[in-house]
Design a protein around this ligand. Structure first.
Ligand code: PLP
Length: 412
């Protein structure tokens, strides 16, 4: 097989034709600032609000509850810091915030930031499959809890959280619930009422729209103060001239996944399941992380014992397959991803964990090729490890510029 195979959809999804066409059409129209009072501005405002309606349909929510942001990271920051600011703006001292131990850094770092300005932060543990125990959440809630933030689906393992039970608890306690649905959106409809959440983050580039735009759905009654201050755009919730062009692409992607998500998710899940089954047969000792839990149908977090994940990812890339590691490293030393560490995965196993994330364009032929190639490369690498342990010559070294990185890196 000569072409390259893209299996890193959780990092970013390829731009959909519908999104490209929508942006090209928007580019060919005269553009005004949506806040301008003239006809150009009016035209842009109409386009922006049309896009907002299409994105809101993903949440089955009224469009005025959707705030456009620059992406999932900003949506998470706005949800957490905006909720905290609304809390203190009501004359209360800094309160308490709760998040799970497997959240994306966009959530985690926002919570740690709040700690530096006087907030209390409870990090909820997860079980071996990466799930929060709702009973732990019930114990963590207190009279000054201002927000609970739990993701819908994990970016590294695809594991889904028990959101219905979590939402029942937060509703009963009168505490707003933020759900980072960046990975779940477009892989089954995110319906605001069904999730029972009060704030939901999504990101355009994870559903086949352009990068640089995302959205936060905010229930009308949920208190939120702006983080970005300036003009009064987005109903005073996020200042800055709105990106009409990107919104057109985001909306087109949202329309596509809204129509096809269920059907596509079923086909992708069947491919993923077959891939895992065949790899389990061919790779002795292979571990599928989170296998015991409900998971996104497109994601596989695979531990190949005894094989370094960074080298494996590079060798797979050289063989034409784009996959990713399941661990982040910091200067000087590889450390396990915080997600796998929270699940109790041992350091050595985490350093042997890769992530394969499929998308709608992947084919049976591509998966056939992957299940041939991955075990062959893994066997080659473990032979190399045994040889170098017995101080024999190592396998041919990697080409210059393709050595494992030692820079800090996150798993997107
Ligand atoms: N939340 C999750 C679960 C993610 O996987 C990501 C990106 O990988 C983000 C938030 C951040 O989204 P963005 O890349 O749009 O800033």
């Amino acid at each position: 097989m000569n072409r390259r195979v893209y299996l890193d959809h959780n990092a970013t999804a390829p731009l959909l034709d519908a999104a490209r066409d929508a942006m090209q059409a928007a580019l060919s129209r005269p553009a005004g600032n949506p806040s301008s009072p003239h006809a150009f501005g009016h035209q842009s405002r109409m386009e922006l609000e049309r896009s907002r309606r299409d994105v809101a349909a993903l949440f089955a929510a009224p469009s005025h509850e959707v705030v456009f942001t620059s992406g999932g990271t900003e949506a998470d920051n706005l949800a957490i810091q905006g909720s905290a600011r609304a809390w203190t703006a009501a004359g209360r001292p800094p309160g308490h915030i709760v998040a799970s131990a497997v959240e994306h850094p966009a959530v985690m770092e926002s919570c740690h930031y709040l700690e530096t300005v006087g907030w209390r932060f409870t990090l909820l543990p997860v079980d071996g499959a990466g799930r929060v125990d709702p009973a732990e959440l019930a114990r963590a809630l207190s009279a000054d809890t201002a927000l609970v933030s739990i993701m819908a689906a994990n970016n590294e393992t695809g594991v889904l959280q028990p959101l219905a039970q979590i939402a029942a608890l937060t509703r009963a306690a009168g505490v707003p619930l933020h759900v980072d649905a960046v990975q779940a959106a477009g892989r089954g409809v995110i319906e605001a009422g069904a999730l029972g959440a009060d704030l939901i983050s999504i990101s355009s580039h994870k559903i086949g729209g352009p990068t640089g735009i995302g959205a936060l759905w905010v229930r009308e009654t949920t208190p939120l103060a702006p983080v970005l201050r300036g003009g009064g755009q987005e109903r005073r919730r996020r200042a800055g001239t709105e990106p009409v062009l990107l919104a057109a692409g985001f909306a087109a992607a949202a329309r596509s996944v809204f129509v096809s998500a269920g059907r596509v998710a079923g086909r992708v899940a069947a491919l993923r399941d077959r891939m895992e089954q065949e790899l389990l047969l061919r790779l002795p000792g292979l571990i599928v992380q989170g296998a015991g839990a409900a998971r996104l149908g497109n994601t596989s977090s695979l531990t190949v014992p005894g094989v370094g994940n960074e080298t494996l990812v590079i060798r797979m890339d050289l063989a034409g397959f784009a996959i990713s590691t399941g661990s982040a490293c910091s200067t000087g030393a590889t450390r396990p991803s915080h997600v796998l560490a929270a699940m109790g995965v041992r350091r050595a196993e985490a350093a042997s964990t890769i992530r394969i994330s499929l998308g709608p364009s992947n084919t049976d032929e591509e998966i056939d090729a992957l299940v041939e190639t991955l075990p062959a490369i893994a066997a080659d690498l473990s032979r190399g490890a045994i040889l170098s342990r017995s101080s024999r010559p190592a396998l041919p070294s990697l080409p210059q510029g393709l050595r494992p990185s030692r820079r800090p890196r996150l798993v997107p």
